[in-house]
Design a protein around this ligand. Structure first.
Ligand SMILES: Nc1ncnc2c1ncn2[C@@H]1O[C@H](COP(=O)(O)OP(=O)(O)O)[C@@H](O)[C@H]1O
Ligand SMILES: [Mg+2]
Length: 281
């Protein structure tokens, strides 16, 4: 292909792909290798699920993208990360927020001693477009999260876990993101609240065009709302595919059964077990 043609192809890909993570390796404390070559793509306007058991490397992947690893003595030692076609792996977290990519951390992290509304307003700190625009967006957040409007003057520390998760997402929205990296929004919440939150994520995706990369241990729920999924195991992607086909995949089902019985199997175990079965038959 000519250089001009390949430039056009690259530009077209960048237009359709909002985030691409290419074969990244992450090391903590100079020695602990946690991600061993992870690649993934989020199409513009997509909801992509990053699945896997506790300790698989989901949070590390999200923090590598949002440049929050350095605070944890972690480092991306190989590979590249591109947001809207631009290398972002050497930027600061704030640079990335200004470009439109923001992380909602696991465990919610609201300021307990501030009201819900004050918490939401802290999300606008990178903006330079003035108070009127910020107020308009606050009202927009309230239309998606009516519960937050009811609780706007309550101290966040005294609101429920579900309300705090909503507040954390709402605060991220106040930066006017194109993409949100959402880490385990379902953690510790009742199924009904989880469903309510995922419905709001879906409508933000539909109506505001926000793309999501969603790290979840709750595979069932995540695959219900995502278009595509990646399954991580000990720092590697062991399977990926459209959400529908992952939901119907026998290995994925077996993996869930492992969870239901309380003795979680790994994909690799499931696969080698199948090979043994075939060998015996
Ligand atoms: N700051 C850190 N220093 C050293 N090891 C870490 C650190 N954070 C996470 N890890 C290790 O990295 C692995 C992946 O963790 P994490 O990304 O939090 O997984 P997940 O979010 O999928 O539960 C785990 O083995 C964890 O112990
Ligand atoms: Mg995690």
């Amino acid at each position: 292909m000519s250089t001009a043609a390949s430039k056009i192809t690259a530009a077209a890909n960048a237009a359709q792909t909002i985030l691409s993570v290419n074969n990244i390796e992450v090391i903590y404390d100079h020695v602990i290798l946690v991600l061993k070559g992870v690649s993934l793509t989020v199409p513009r306007g997509g909801i992509v699920a990053l699945l896997g058991a506790n300790g698989a490397g989901k949070t590390t992947t999200l923090k590598a993208i949002s440049n929050l690893l350095r605070a944890e003595r972690g480092e991306v030692t190989k590979g590249t990360i591109e947001f809207e076609g631009e290398r972002v792996d050497k930027m600061t977290p704030n640079d990335l927020v200004r470009r439109g990519c923001i992380q909602v951390m696991e465990g919610r992290h609201c300021f307990g001693h501030l009201t819900i509304e004050e918490n939401l307003l802290t999300g606008a700190f990178t903006r330079r477009d003035g108070n009127a625009a910020i107020r308009r967006d606050l009202e927009l957040v309230y239309t998606y999260f009516p519960r937050l409007k009811q609780r706007r003057s309550s101290m966040a520390g005294y609101t429920s876990g579900g309300e705090q998760q909503m507040c954390a997402i709402g605060r991220a929205l106040m930066s006017r993101p194109k993409m949100i990296l959402l880490d385990e929004p379902s953690m510790g919440l009742a199924p009904q609240i989880v469903e309510e939150i995922f419905e709001i994520v879906k409508s933000l995706n539909d109506q505001e065009g926000v793309s999501f990369l969603l790290a979840e241990q709750n595979t069932n729920m995540a695959l219900k709302y995502a278009n595509y999924g990646y399954i991580l195991e000990t720092g590697r992607v062991v399977m990926d595919g459209p959400a529908q086909s992952l939901r119907e995949n026998e290995d994925v089902k077996e993996f869930y059964l492992g969870i239901a019985e309380g003795n979680r199997k790994s994909f690799r175990e499931v696969k080698s077990y199948k090979r043994r079965k075939r060998w015996l038959a």
